[in-house]
Design a protein around this ligand. Structure first.
Ligand code: PGA
Length: 260
């Protein structure tokens, strides 16, 4: 179970450091069993050194929210995979719907970045998800399948810890209206089938499939207890340690019940 925070363009560096420190503090004093829950936070680029430092002793890995597909060059404003690995990043969000919408990122762009992430040992967190119009037209499956295929075509994945896929229905992001657990499960099953065809059962069964879109402490349990939902990619609720850890607690509960 992976609980991942996408801070987007929020907090300044001192506030980001303080948020990371309170997540670390919350985890060290957590009373419930979070032992097998994995944590990741993806702050803005300029926060990465401070956040990595604040989380040095905590069981939380750090990722970026995007990167360029080239190693270096004349790309003003961009950040590359070697830059991210040089400051201890483990993962990178790719193809978030906000990047697709505001920067016209295509599946081909996401694919080039995913290749580059793997070449540098970064775990790509590939985001996919349909619009409300596409869902209403009954196209959600084909849209998401197309995004998964487009992003991962030719990307070598040899083990489950080399990839994360996040299903984020666009209509649920930042709206306070999350998908119903069964609705999300249906889409996660489609993604799992696709990954199975591409990488085989041994890999696909254990690739973490995250749900994202208004996940909060009050709805996390229902979502996380679905068989193909292996965690969350959390936006606004990751901006306060209390709600981020509140979701983690639900993840811990699901894992504990699975063990019993
Ligand atoms: P949200 O964002 O939790 O604020 O809906 C999720 C995301 O965009 O990753």
């Amino acid at each position: 179970m992976l609980v991942a925070g996408n801070w987007k363009m929020n907090t300044d560096v001192p506030d980001g450091r303080a948020l990371a420190a309170s997540i670390a503090e919350g985890l060290s004093s957590a009373s419930s069993d979070l032992g097998t829950v994995e944590f990741l936070v993806c702050p803005p680029y300029v926060h990465l050194p401070a956040v990595t430092d604040a989380l040095a002793d905590a069981p939380v890995t750090v990722g970026a929210q995007d990167m360029h597909a080239e190693d270096e060059g004349a790309y003003t404003g961009d950040v590359s995979a070697p830059m991210l690995t040089s400051i201890g990043c483990d993962a990178v969000i790719l193809g978030h719907s906000e990047r697709r919408k505001y920067y016209d990122e295509t599946d081909a762009d996401v694919n080039a970045k995913a290749q580059q992430a793997r070449a540098h040992g970064l775990v790509p967190i590939v985001c996919v998800g349909e619009t409300l119009e596409q869902r209403k037209a009954g196209e959600a499956d084909t849209v998401v399948q197309g995004q998964v295929d487009g992003a991962l075509s030719g990307v070598p994945i040899d083990s489950a810890d080399e990839l994360v896929v996040a299903y984020e229905p666009i209509w649920a992001i930042g709206t306070g209206e999350s998908a119903e657990p069964e609705q999300a499960q249906e889409m996660h099953a489609v993604i799992r089938d696709d990954l199975t065809e591409r990488y085989g059962t041994a890999v696909a069964d254990d690739v973490p499939l995250l749900y994202g879109g208004s996940m909060k402490p009050h709805n996390a349990y229902g979502l996380l207890s679905q068989p193909d939902i292996d965690g969350g990619l959390i936006g606004s609720a990751s901006l306060a340690a209390e709600s981020f850890l509140g979701i983690a607690e639900k993840a811990g509960k699901v894992l504990e019940e699975a063990r019993d």
